[in-house]
Design a protein around this ligand. Sequence first.
Ligand SMILES: *Cc1c(COP(=O)(O)O)cnc(C)c1O
Length: 390
Amino acid sequence: MNDAARKETAAAISSDLYNGPLSRLTIDLDAAARNYLFLKKELGPETDCAAVVKADAYGLGAAEMSRALFAQGCRHFFVAHFDEALAVKAALPADKAPGNDIAIYVLNGPHGAAAADFIAAGGVPVLNSLSDISYWSDAAGIAAKRLPAVLHIDTGMNRLGLNGTDVARLAADAGALQALDLRYVMSHLACADEPRHPKNPEQLALFRALAAQLQKPFRYSFANSGGIFLGPEYHFDLVRPGAAIYGINTTGGTVNPMQPVVRLQGRILQIRHIDRAGTVGYGADDAISPPAKCATISVGYADGYLRRFTGRGSVVIDGEKCPVIGRVSMDCIVVETTSLKRQPQIGDYADIIGGGQTLEDVAAQAGTIAYEILTELGHRYKRVYEGSKA
Ligand SMILES: *Cc1c(COP(=O)(O)O)cnc(C)c1O
């Protein structure tokens, strides 16, 4: 290569490609905090707002997210597994200053650790069955104190929680809950993001009826993100949003009242000028003919860019959509840039989520939901937390 050619090549490559990251996952903690406050504004003064931070806060980082939400006054956190409770606890202030009392509820129940360790860590299990109740009551006996717990009643998910028969048995046994300090009686909506679904009022009525059988006026928790938007009769004492905090639209409408929290960008590793007919990627089943231009981007299915995006996904370069061509590989994708007004340079960032393509758009491309796009986000991304509480 002569000097002129070398200079030209160097100029076409973004300066830090060789020493910078190959991707960037930006998580805006201030946006998450604003979303949390927005949800709180939907609630009456008697309703507390928890944060569901299970699955590493839907893939966004449970420690960072819990700290940011704690700073906004959140004191109730829901996880699915006991180990997740430990991670959240470790991330939050340990001092017992007034108002700093944190509760971490474990949705999948008192599993994953010996009861003594569960108690020592301060995890509050959600009891999903009569056997969970007797197990946790026995643990209370051994610990010689009433143990905190949440009781889960199933009102139509048929997934976790006591059914009607279980509730009737529990109601008939006056001493059954004696060993427990029941913080909440909860249930979970199956169709909360479909506001007109008849299942919503059905579940609400059943929740009221089953809870009434337990007589004692407990505190109640019913709504997830979508449930908050169904109206005040769904709110009770504690709501449990996850998705909406992370910017997902759970209203069932096309207008998303939440602010985007996630931006995902991959960098262009190579630019290709197609000068002979051929195919792109594994399987050689996506034909391309000259003249065409493509860019290879450093994100693949190992990063959670699902193989299902093959033939359906697109990225945004310079504000313009570029379709994925060929199959998604483990570490890269190829997109077609032929129609772009300005051709990108090697090292430029392409937006995979954000930059004009919403999380919902991206989920639709893969025929899935925004929740899954987030929880699949891979671990190779350079994570950048934005916001004052990071
Ligand atoms: C995951 C989960 C939530 C949070 O749901 P979002 O739709 O993310 O708000 C609330 N409650 C239960 C029982 C859950 O499993």
